[in-house]
Design a protein around this ligand. Structure first.
Ligand code: KIV
Ligand code: NA
Length: 264
């Protein structure tokens, strides 16, 4: 009953052991993933879409995310909980980034923070890690920059590979303990994984990264409709919950629920 530490994740890379990461935003899912042995949980700014129903990740605020971070930390015993710094909370520079990271650690109680950007956010990563706060970087496709990147598109194809590789080295040199690689070609992710000393966490980055992350609602089939190519569905929670709710509705309408066993 002791938390996973960042140095154990780095040691796992040295041993060639892969590890899984999932998002979590609330008590029950966090406790279930902890029980399932997922060593790292991310309270992602993807809560914008997956919890709050915003159309874009840009909308969610620090004040909205912090209560979710607290819930996930309280509900878990073993997982290292990473809080995702939302758009607008770190771009101004190292001072703003450190101030936000401190709020996540102090008020949220998480064990590390994550932020997006490669070379351009290296100064922020340096400032936060210098304060004793572990930072997970996030490069490749970075959803908070979707308007600059021109939508959800693979980054680092062809000559652009060198850009992503330079970003990976910059964030690792700045002190990041892990680097999320989102939607980059598998061969680029493989090269980065071989070249940097800290774990790479792939999402749409092929099979050669040190770790893999998915949004839990995608992984468990809670979200319906067309899913990104990198998602694999391991359950049909949407169908399971819809059927349970429909059956409850039928039994209430038909007078089968509650029966005497549910009554006082
Ligand atoms: O917010 C999020 O869910 C993420 C992961 C997909 C890496 O940043
Ligand atoms: Na995110």
């Amino acid at each position: 009953n002791r938390r996973v530490r960042t140095r154990e994740l780095i040691a796992a890379k040295e041993r060639g052991e892969r590890w899984p990461m999932l998002t979590a935003y609330d008590q029950y899912t966090a406790a279930i993933f902890d029980e399932a042995g997922i060593p790292v949980l991310l309270v992602g700014d993807s809560a914008a879409n997956n919890v709050f129903g915003y159309e874009t990740t840009l909308a969610v605020t620090v004040d909205e995310l912090l209560p979710l971070v607290k819930a996930v930390v309280r509900a878990t015993k073993r997982a290292l909980v990473v809080g995702d710094l939302p758009f607008g909370s770190y771009e101004e520079g190292p001072t703003q980034a450190l101030r936000t990271a401190v709020r996540f650690m102090k008020e949220g109680g998480c064990h590390a923070v994550k932020l997006e950007g490669g070379r351009r956010t290296a100064p922020q990563i340096e400032a936060i890690t210098a304060a004793g706060i572990p930072v997970m970087a996030h490069i490749g496709f970075t959803p908070q920059s979707e308007h600059t990147l021109g939508g959800y598109r693979v980054q680092g194809r062809g000559d652009a590979a060198e850009e992503v590789i330079a970003d990976a080295h910059a964030v690792a040199d700045a002190g990041a303990f892990a680097v999320v690689l989102e939607m980059v070609p598998a061969h680029v992710a493989k090269r980065i994984t071989n070249e940097i000393g800290v774990p790479t966490v792939g999402i749409g980055a092929g099979p050669e990264t040190d770790a893999q992350v998915l949004v839990w609602q995608d992984m468990a089939g809670m979200r319906t409709g067309k899913l990104p190519r990198f998602v694999k569905r391991y359950a049909d929670l949407h169908g399971t919950l819809r059927d349970a709710a429909a059956q409850f509705g039928d039994e209430v309408r038909g007078g089968q629920f509650p029966s005497s066993e549910h009554s006082f």
